[in-house]
Design a protein around this ligand. Structure first.
Ligand SMILES: Cc1ncc(C[n+]2csc(CCOP(=O)(O)OP(=O)(O)O)c2C)c(N)n1
Ligand code: SF4
Ligand SMILES: [Mg+2]
Length: 346
């Protein structure tokens, strides 16, 4: 299992140790990409100094969906039904908009049984970090192809996948998610920066993390194996992230770096991105995804970001106080108020 790179006794800006951000011991296979993602989530929440009691962890069903048990064990959690995490997240955030919500799903949980809920989640831009631990197969049920498996990719038993994949990032960009990224569980530095940007963002941060399944999908002929992904990873540019609470002035060469100011004031710097790439432009992002996919490559990094887009909670124009804390007298209108509404409908 990939270990955290942070010395254990160090404390963050809340005075909390890294151990506060850990969860139960993993029960996933040794070497599973999902374990490395868990470690980066722990590091990201620790380094951003997020209060674990303010965090809500959600998931569906699958090996990936077990992951929230392995991080932030002081946070609230809801391991939901297969493919139905988006509606649980929507309800929870409507009830308490002060929570910072992180959902972990799988390529099967999202792209197969959950695709209907996923597309409406993306359209709504709910303020949620949505991570897909993408191994191109249903790991928990012994490695069948999932909808992100590439055409022509081979299963361990030699069966060839004869269906084209869904590009989850392209779908999320098209539908309205306001931060869309792809990363690789084996790229610690990039994944950590992407996760911190997602914590700083307000809106749906959809992160597709290629996460090899060592037990069922790590052989020759698989396009989601460690060796294939290492050889075909095309990072969009180097990413650095400066949180709002660190007053660091970064010097960068104009023209070679794109700077993005996120919702909480944190800054994201994308270095050495191609001149014609604009992460605020959907067409740039879609072109990149199509061109790299045609070459059999994975474009990784922050592909698209729209920091100021209204999220679902903003569009509902809710009162400031989270609904969950309102007294009954406020959430249950008296009979007279209901009668008045009924009368107005006559
Ligand atoms: C309603 C329902 N249908 C089918 C299943 C069986 N099932 C459990 S996990 C899973 C797929 C998981 O794949 P993925 O989301 O990619 O997660 P992974 O295990 O690969 O991380 C399936 C089909 C189920 N639990 N519930
Ligand atoms: S079966 Fe695959 S996805 Fe599931 S824990 Fe093992 S390596 Fe990970
Ligand atoms: Mg999977």
């Amino acid at each position: 299992m990939s270990e955290s790179t942070i010395p254990t006794k160090k404390t963050n800006r809340l005075g909390l140790e890294l151990s506060t951000y850990r969860g139960s011991k993993t029960t996933l296979c040794a070497g599973c990409g999902h374990n490395a993602i868990t470690e980066r989530i722990i590091d990201a929440f620790f380094e951003m100094g997020v209060d674990p009691k303010r965090v809500l962890k959600l998931s569906g069903i699958g090996c990936s969906s077990k992951s929230p048990a392995y991080f932030l064990n002081q946070s609230h959690g809801f391991n939901s039904v297969h493919g139905r995490m988006p509606s649980i997240a929507t309800g929870a955030l409507l009830a308490n908009k002060a929570m910072l919500a992180i959902g972990v799903s799988g390529d099967g949980d999202t792209g197969a049984i959950g695709i209907g809920q996923f597309v409406h989640l993306m359209r709504r831009n709910l303020p949620l970090i949505y991570i897909i631990e993408d191994n191109g197969c249903y790991g928990l049920t012994k490695g069948q192809f999932s909808p992100t498996a590439d055409l022509g990719s081979k299963a361990k038993n030699g069966v060839v996948n004869d269906l084209p994949p869904i590009d989850i990032c392209a779908l999320a960009i098209e539908l309205g998610a306001s931060l869309v990224a792809r990363s690789f569980s084996g790229d610690k530095k990039q994944l950590l920066s992407v996760l911190k940007a997602a914590i700083a963002h307000r809106g749906t941060a959809m992160i597709d993390v290629i996460s090899p399944c060592v037990t069922f999908n790590d052989h020759d002929g698989s396009t989601k194996s460690y060796s294939y992904v290492k050889d075909h990873d095309e990072p969009l540019g180097e990413i650095s992230f400066i949180p709002y609470f660190e007053d660091v002035t970064v010097e960068y060469e104009a023209g070679s770096t794109t700077a993005v100011k996120l919702h909480d004031g944190s800054q994201l710097f994308l270095r050495k991105v191609a001149d014609d790439y604009n992460p605020a432009d959907k067409i740039s992002a879609m072109r990149l995804l199509h061109e790299t996919a045609r070459r059999g490559e994975f474009a990784t990094g922050v592909l698209y970001v729209e920091p100021d887009k209204d999220d679902f909670i903003d569009t509902l124009n809710l009162i400031d106080e989270p609904l969950a804390f309102l007294p009954t007298a406020k959430v249950r209108p008296p009979k007279a108020a209901l009668d008045e509404i009924m009368e107005s409908l006559r």
